[in-house]
Design a protein. Structure first.
Length: 215
């Protein structure tokens, strides 16, 4: 049995494969465990470094032993970092695969719905229907054109030149009438200018002028 099979509890060839959700959950649990291991090793490295500094001048043997343990912890820490990177990559790959699976399921569901919608549609019948619609639209347009066409007296044709000539005659007649009216007013005599002189302004100390009209 492989290491991966043992990690996920796999059995023989007939064992049921884990689901993507189960695999993702296991990987998350492993990541959490390794992260805690990282924190533990980082603390141990700090402790051994402090021991080596403390005994650097007093007890070289103890300082060297502390540095050796520190190196071992750093090696384990580096291994855990690599393992976490691998697990993170695998988890993301499974999550992407799970997303793709759900997308494909949705697309398949939509395809079946589209197939059901087109099941009762015949392309020949659709073509015939569209042809009928086009024909009816053309007929409706022809009917509208006929209805909007003027009929009766309004639809009679007239010679435009004759109408313009008649209009000019009317204008000339109106002009002649205006001229006659102006000439008639010239023959009326204007009122004559009175010959009697106007009364003069009375002088100071003199007598009042005689009134022209009445006492």
């Amino acid at each position: 049995m492989s290491l991966i099979a043992r990690m996920f509890g796999g059995g023989g060839k007939g064992a049921k494969a884990p689901t993507t959700q189960e695999a993702i959950q296991r990987l998350r649990e492993t990541e959490e465990m390794l992260t805690k291991k990282q924190e533990f090793l980082e603390k141990k490295i700090e402790q051994e470094l402090a021991t080596a500094k403390k005994n650097g001048t007093k007890n070289k043997r103890a300082a060297l032993q502390a540095l050796k343990r520190k190196k071992r912890y750093e090696k384990q820490l580096a291994q855990i970092d690599g393992t976490l990177s691998t697990i993170e990559f695998q988890r993301e790959a499974i999550e992407n695969a799970n997303t793709n699976t759900e997308v494909l399921k949705t697309m398949g569901f939509a395809a079946k719905a589209l197939e059901g919608a087109h099941k009762h549609m015949d392309i020949d019948k659709v073509d015939d229907l569209m042809a009928d619609i086009t024909e009816q639209q053309e007929l409706a347009q022809e009917i509208s054109d006929v209805i909007s066409r003027p009929v009766g007296p309004m639809g009679e044709d007239f010679d435009e030149d004759e109408l313009l000539a008649e209009l000019e005659e009317m204008e000339q007649e109106e002009l002649d009438n205006n001229l006659l009216e102006i000439q008639g007013t010239e023959d009326v005599p204007l009122p004559s200018v009175p010959s009697t002189s106007l009364p003069s302004r009375p002088e100071e100390g003199g007598r009042r002028p005689r009134r022209l009209f009445g006492a």
